[in-house]
Design a binder for this molecule. Structure first.
Ligand SMILES: *Cc1c(COP(=O)(O)O)cnc(C)c1O
Length: 416
């Protein structure tokens, strides 16, 4: 079995599945009992198979971890309660006081906020324009341990110099962390650019239905952890490719406890079966909508890496199967953004992305409200910027919504 979807759909049945079930059952249990106390001891000592306590892992969560590993062509994965928990736990487990890391400045907003918190705890971070690998190279110091980037940034859709930064990390022996949420493993596999660890918010495209939160870290087997001296002795298991993930499990899940619930893991696993189908449809519709808006006289700009005028158009063409299912656009400042958005009948006015439903958000007034006008100006977030996360609805229904928006806001601007 080689195909992306065949592998996900049949993933649970590759293992020993109860009663021949089609899905890994939801194991609603906290702990696991053993007839022979020596078997319990063996699990604790890592010499026998089994589970101890669901804060570290649960059979349903383990089945999802196997799916994520398959999708990313990795070595192993760990799941967490949210994408933020995955990122926070990974950095918490791997870095210590006095370490430095370099990050893209074009990040999911909460990730920026999280990285700044690490700075408060003595782990230093430098933010750079990661569309340019030279900016990353310039920021590397003697104590730099890691580089953190996203594939396509939200909401302005900058595309990271993924290949070049991968080469830099390999040359400088830096851990290369790629947050693949915006592309998902169907559009892009960071294995291709030498990522050490891959982050996915399972909440978004992988789960796809807007009904469960989750996150994952996948070990890609590309980094030699024997040279990374933050790994503690009990985490140095036989397979050295698993040292970092073991430390995340022990320090992050066991001690920190941001574990994924089995019910959420089940929702996400079912959602993941249709990732490729949904993405094909969502990406095709995204192109149609972005092209329609790009031609519209009442739209100032469209941010979508599938348009030839996008600064990283060529890079997106070279790296990704499709240039994503999210775009931003700036309305003509003469139009009222509220009237425009309130005319939508299908598109939901909501945060989140990667849902089957199309979602629209006025960026400056919501997710970029707290940071203030100077930060927004630096990040290129105009007051009229609307972010659209495209769902699986029929494209014509979405186009009709935009037409309704223009006609409502234009008649308003001509009367007022
Ligand atoms: C949403 C998102 C996250 C955080 O994921 P949650 O599951 O919402 O915690 C991290 N990175 C990116 C790129 C995201 O879009």
């Amino acid at each position: 079995m080689k195909g992306f979807t065949s592998k996900i759909v049949h993933s649970d049945r590759q293992g020993n599945i109860e009663h021949g079930s089609m899905h890994k059952p939801v194991h609603s249990t906290v702990a696991y009992g053993y007839d022979d106390a020596r078997d319990l001891a063996a699990v604790f000592q890592g010499t026998g198979p089994g589970f101890t306590y669901s804060r570290q892992v649960n059979p349903t969560v383990e089945a999802l971890q196997a799916k994520v590993t398959t999708m990313e062509r990795g070595v192993a994965s760990l799941c967490f309660s949210t994408g933020m928990a995955a990122i926070g736990t990974m950095l918490f487990a791997l870095l210590r006081k006095g370490d430095h890391f370099v990050s893209s400045s074009f990040l999911f907003g909460n990730t920026t906020s999280l990285l700044l918190t690490f700075a408060n705890h003595g782990v230093d971070v430098t933010f750079v324009d990661a569309t340019d690998a030279a900016a990353v190279a310039e920021a590397v110091q003697d104590n730099t341990r890691l580089v953190f980037v996203e594939t396509i940034a939200n909401p302005r859709t900058q595309v990271t110099a993924l290949q070049e930064i991968g080469a830099l990390c390999a040359a400088r022996n830096l851990v290369y962390v790629v947050d693949n949420t915006m592309t998902s493993p169907y559009l892009f596999q960071p294995a291709a650019v030498g990522a050490s660890l891959v982050v996915n918010s399972l909440t978004k495209y992988i789960g796809g239905h807007g009904n469960a939160l989750g996150g994952a870290i996948t070990e890609m087997g590309a980094y030699d952890w024997r040279g990374f001296d933050n790994i503690q002795a009990p985490c140095k298991v036989k397979d050295e490719r698993l040292w970092a993930l073991t430390q995340m499990k022990k320090k992050g899940l066991r001690d920190f406890g941001a574990s994924l619930a089995p019910e959420a893991a089940h929702h996400i696993a079912v959602g993941a079966e249709t990732l490729a189908l949904r993405m094909e449809r969502q990406c095709a519709t995204t192109r149609s909508l972005a092209e329609y808006l790009n031609e519209h006289e009442k739209v100032r700009r469209v941010y979508y890496p599938g348009l030839p005028e996008h600064p990283e158009y060529e890079r997106a063409q070279a790296l990704f199967r499709h240039p994503g299912a999210l775009f931003g656009f700036e309305l003509d400042p003469g139009l009222d953004i509220w009237t425009f958005m309130n005319a939508f009948e299908v598109i939901v006015r909501s945060t989140n992305l990667g849902d089957n439903r199309t979602l629209a958000i006025p960026v400056a007034h919501t997710i970029y409200h707290e940071v203030g006008p100077e930060w927004r100006a630096r990040m290129g977030i105009a007051d009229s910027l609307i972010r659209i996360s495209v769902g699986i609805e029929d494209c014509d229904d979405l186009l009709d919504d935009f037409r309704r928006g223009f006609s409502a806001s234009q008649s308003q601007s001509s009367t007022g």
